[in-house]
Design a protein around this ligand. Structure first.
Ligand code: IDP
Ligand code: MG
Length: 151
C-alpha cells in the first residue's frame, strides 16, 4: 500500500493568537503555548511586542463604540503582548475551542480561560488570549501583527 500524498491544493490554515498583557504578566505565556503545541498545532511565528493605539484600533475596529472598547484598548496597552501565528487543519475554530468562552467565569474548565482566568471586577474582561474568529479575520489580523512576514 502506498501513502497518499496531500492534495496540491491543500491550504495551510493559520490563526492569530495573542497572549494578552495579563497572560504575559502572570507568567502564563509558556503554559498557553504548551497547550497550543500539545493539541498538535505548529507555531509558525512569534514575537513579544508593545502594541500601539493604531494597531489596536485596526485590530479591534469591530468593537469601536462598545462600552468596553476604551478599557480594552487601555488594557492591551498595559504591557507586553506575545503575538503568535499557529497553524494546522481547523486551527481557527480549534484554538477558539482551546481558549474557551469570552467571560472567564463562564469558560469551561479545561479551557485556557476556564482554567487560568477569572473575573477581576474590571470594565474589561482580562481573559488571557485572543484568537481569530474566522479565516478572513485571521488573514487580516496576521497582516496587522506580522507585517512583511508574507504569511
Ligand atoms: P473574544 O476575545 O472571545 O473573541 P470579543 O467579543 O471579540 O471576544 O471581545 C474582545 C475582547 O473584549 C474580549 O476578549 C474581552 O477581553 C473583551 N470583552 C468582550 N465583551 C466584553 C464584555 O461584555 N465586558 C467586558 N469585556 C468584554
Ligand atoms: Mg473576538
Amino acid at each position: 500500500m502506498t501513502d497518499v500524498a496531500p492534495a496540491a491544493t491543500e491550504t495551510i490554515e493559520r490563526t492569530l493568537v495573542l497572549v494578552k498583557p495579563d497572560g504575559v504578566r502572570r507568567g502564563l505565556s509558556g503554559e498557553i503555548l504548551r497547550r497550543i503545541e500539545a493539541k498538535g498545532y505548529t507555531l509558525a511565528a512569534a514575537h513579544l511586542l508593545d502594541a500601539t493605539p493604531e494597531l489596536l484600533a485596526a485590530h479591534y475596529a469591530e468593537h469601536e463604540g462598545k462600552p468596553f472598547y476604551q478599557p480594552l484598548v487601555d488594557f492591551m496597552l498595559s504591557g507586553k503582548i506575545l503575538a503568535v501565528v499557529a497553524e494546522g487543519q481547523g486551527v481557527v475554530p480549534g484554538f477558539r475551542s482551546l481558549a474557551g468562552a469570552t467571560n472567564p467565569t463562564e469558560a469551561a474548565p479545561g479551557t485556557i480561560r476556564g482554567d487560568l482566568g477569572r473575573d477581576w471586577g474590571l470594565k474589561v474582561q482580562q481573559n488571557l488570549v485572543h484568537g481569530s474568529d474566522s479565516d478572513e479575520s485571521a488573514a487580516r489580523e496576521i497582516a496587522l501583527w506580522f507585517p512583511g512576514l508574507g504569511l
